[in-house]
Design a protein around this ligand. Structure first.
Ligand SMILES: [Zn+2]
Length: 318
C-alpha cells in the first residue's frame, strides 16, 4: 500500500470515529456594536432578535437589557470600549431575550434593577423556562449551561431616577403593552431613550412571549405610545428592542410603530366584519403594504390571534 493510500485509510478511519456533527449546529449571531450618541452604544442583533445597550460614564457602565445568548458579546464590547466596571443592569421587560443575561457581568457585581412586576414574573414563568432550557441538550440552548438567572436586587413601581456618573437615568415603568411590565430608560444629557420592545423597527412586533404565554395588548400599546409621543421629549434617537437603530430619526419611529397597530387592527377588524374566523384571518391575511418589507412575517400569526380576541373582548380598549 502506498503511503498515500495508507494516509487516506487512516483519514477515513479517523472520520468514522469522529463524533457526528450536531444535526443543527448553533452558531451564535455576531452582534454589531453601534455608537448611538456620545458614551451610548447599542449591540444590534443582525437578524432582528433582541438588542442590548450600554452607557459609559466615568464611574462605571449602565447596561440596558441582556440576553444570556448574546450578553457575553456585550461584555466583550464593554471591555473593549472602557476599563470601567458594569455597575447597573436595567431590564426592559421579563422575557428571556432581554432579562436573562446579567450572568455575564457577574465579575463586576452590578446591581440589577427591575420593576416589581418584572421581579414577580422572573421568579414565576421566566425562571421555569430558564431552568428548562438549562437542562436541555438542544444546541441553541448551550448558553444556558451552568448559568444562573440573575434576579433584580432593586425593584420599583412607577419610576426610578438614577443619578450616576454625571448622567441622569430616568427609568420608567410605562405600563403593560408588549409584556406585563414595559420599562424605558431616558438619558436626557444624551438625548436617547431605550424603549425595550415597545419599539420595533423594520420588523413585526413580537406578541410578548414569556414561557409560552403571550402577553401583548395592542390597545395598551397604542395608549402607551400616545403617552410617550405626547411628552415631546428632547430625544434624537429612540433605541428599539428589536431591529436597527435609526440614529436621529426621533419620534418618527414611535409614530410608525403606533401606526402599525392602528393599521393592523383596522385590517383584522374588516376581516372579522366579513365573518372570518381567526384561523381564516391568519391564513388569508395580507400584510398592509406599508409594513410588507418588515422582517419576521411569521410573527404576525400570533399577533393576529391577539388582535382578533382583543377586538372581540373589549373592542381593543385597555
Ligand atoms: Zn424581545
Amino acid at each position: 500500500m502506498s503511503p498515500f493510500k495508507l494516509h487516506i485509510r487512516v483519514l477515513a478511519l479517523l472520520l468514522a470515529l469522529a463524533p457526528m456533527p450536531a444535526a443543527a449546529q448553533f452558531v451564535p449571531p455576531t452582534m454589531e456594536l453601534r455608537k448611538i450618541a456620545p458614551d451610548v452604544y447599542t449591540m444590534q442583533h443582525p437578524f432582528g432578535s433582541s438588542n442590548a445597550s450600554f452607557v459609559v460614564t466615568p464611574d462605571g457602565v449602565v447596561v440596558f437589557d441582556a440576553d444570556i445568548r448574546t450578553a457575553d458579546q456585550t461584555m466583550a464590547a464593554i471591555r473593549k470600549t472602557t476599563d470601567k466596571k458594569v455597575r447597573y443592569v436595567v431590564i426592559s421587560h421579563p422575557s428571556g431575550d432581554h432579562a436573562t443575561g446579567a450572568w455575564h457581568f457577574r465579575e463586576d457585581k452590578p446591581t440589577v434593577i427591575g420593576s416589581r412586576k418584572q421581579m414577580r414574573d422572573l421568579y414565576q414563568q421566566e425562571r421555569a423556562e430558564f431552568l428548562e432550557r438549562r437542562g436541555s441538550t438542544a444546541a441553541q440552548f448551550a448558553a444556558y449551561k451552568n448559568a444562573e438567572l440573575v434576579h433584580p436586587e432593586v425593584g420599583f413601581d412607577g419610576a426610578l431616577t438614577l443619578q450616576f456618573g454625571g448622567l441622569t437615568f430616568q427609568i420608567v415603568e410605562e405600563g403593560s403593552a408588549h409584556s406585563t411590565s414595559d420599562v424605558t430608560m431616558f438619558v436626557p444629557q444624551r438625548r436617547v431613550m431605550m424603549m425595550g420592545d415597545l419599539l420595533n423597527t423594520e420588523i413585526h412586533p413580537g406578541p410578548g412571549e414569556s414561557a409560552q404565554v403571550f402577553f401583548s395588548n395592542a390597545g395598551n400599546w397604542i395608549t402607551l405610545l400616545n403617552r410617550i409621543i405626547a411628552k415631546q421629549l428632547p430625544i434624537d434617537t429612540y433605541i428599539p428592542g428589536h431591529g436597527p437603530v435609526h440614529i436621529g430619526r426621533g419620534v418618527a419611529d414611535l409614530e410608525e410603530q403606533r401606526r402599525y397597530f392602528i393599521v393592523m387592527r383596522d385590517a383584522v377588524s374588516k376581516m372579522i366584519m366579513a365573518g372570518k374566523s381567526v384561523e381564516a384571518i391568519q391564513k388569508e391575511f395580507e400584510t398592509p403594504k406599508e409594513f410588507a418589507h418588515y422582517r419576521g412575517p411569521q410573527r404576525q400569526r400570533a399577533f393576529i390571534n391577539l388582535f382578533y380576541h382583543q377586538l372581540l373582548e373589549r373592542g381593543f380598549w385597555p
